[in-house]
Ligand binder design. Structure first.
Ligand SMILES: Nc1nc2c(ncn2[C@@H]2O[C@H](COP(=O)(O)OP(=O)(O)OP(=O)(O)O)[C@@H](O)[C@H]2O)c(=O)[nH]1
Ligand SMILES: [Mg+2]
Length: 221
């Protein structure tokens, strides 16, 4: 068992093994979910109509994004279509939650949706990759500001006063918590915790999300 785990990790490291994972792309309308999905699939930025109906795509992520195969579900973020999100919760391997970091007016709404998802019992063990998108635009919220809105604790390096804070909006926040945003679950690295991490990104500039998907691929069971 230990040997086979070690072997599969080695294959993954060498890019010779692909995981297949059911991943939900969630977040408010206009966050950039469909744009991201198509950048991942075609490596091309295009304009899309607001998503009205759920769609799914099989996406082979390159080794720079973790060498995994995603069954990615783009569910649309408009208030009216959010009611279908829960139909897709069974057997999910991961959630990618996108935020428009320039839309401060809607950050409370986004935080409420994220908190509700984190409270979902059937998503209790599911890793959450949170992407603070559109940092190419002037006035985008910083990583720290988003962390405050979402109730995420500071990364350990920043809390200890190290130079990690210099990473600023391009940096990454590592946090393990569950239940409502900001509340640690289990504590101290023990059982019952699930991984949640924030990465700042620009889908348009193709920056930041690759690191996020590498992180996610490591946390998919
Ligand atoms: N400046 C900038 N604009 C972006 C970025 N990512 C997406 N957008 C724009 O944001 C708008 C919304 O993008 P979509 O991908 O359609 O958003 P969505 O989350 O799928 O929205 P719904 O389908 O309504 O849920 C589009 O005009 C995109 O071009 C980014 O990184 N930077
Ligand atoms: Mg869409």
């Amino acid at each position: 068992m230990v040997l086979s785990n070690w072997f599969s990790k080695l294959l993954g490291f060498l890019g010779l093994q692909h995981k297949s994972a059911k991943i939900l792309f969630l977040g408010l309308d206009n966050a950039g979910k469909t744009t991201l999905l198509h950048v991942l699939r075609d490596d091309r930025v295009a304009q899309h109509q607001p998503t009205q109906y759920p769609t799914s795509e099989e996406i082979h992520l390159p080794s720079t994004c973790g060498s995994i195969v995603l069954r990615a579900f783009d569910l649309g973020g408009h208030r009216l279509v959010r009611s279908v999100w829960r139909d897709y919760f069974p057997r999910v391997d991961g959630v990618v939650f996108l935020l428009d970091s320039t839309d401060r007016e809607r950050l409370p709404e986004a935080a409420t949706e994220l908190t509700a998802l984190l409270r979902e019992p059937c998503l209790a063990d599911v890793p959450f990759l949170v992407l603070g998108n559109k940092i190419d635009l002037p006035g985008a919220a910083s990583e720290g500001e988003l962390r405050n809105w979402l109730g995420l604790p500071p990364p350990p390096a920043a809390a200890a006063g190290s130079s990690g804070a210099k990473l600023g909006s391009w940096g990454r926040l590592a946090a393990f918590f569950g239940g409502p945003a900001g509340a640690r679950q289990g504590g101290g690295g023990g059982g019952g915790e699930r991984p949640v991490e924030l990465f700042m990104c620009s889908v348009l500039r193709r920056m930041g999300f690759g690191e996020g998907f590498r992180w996610l691929s490591q946390h998919i069971k």
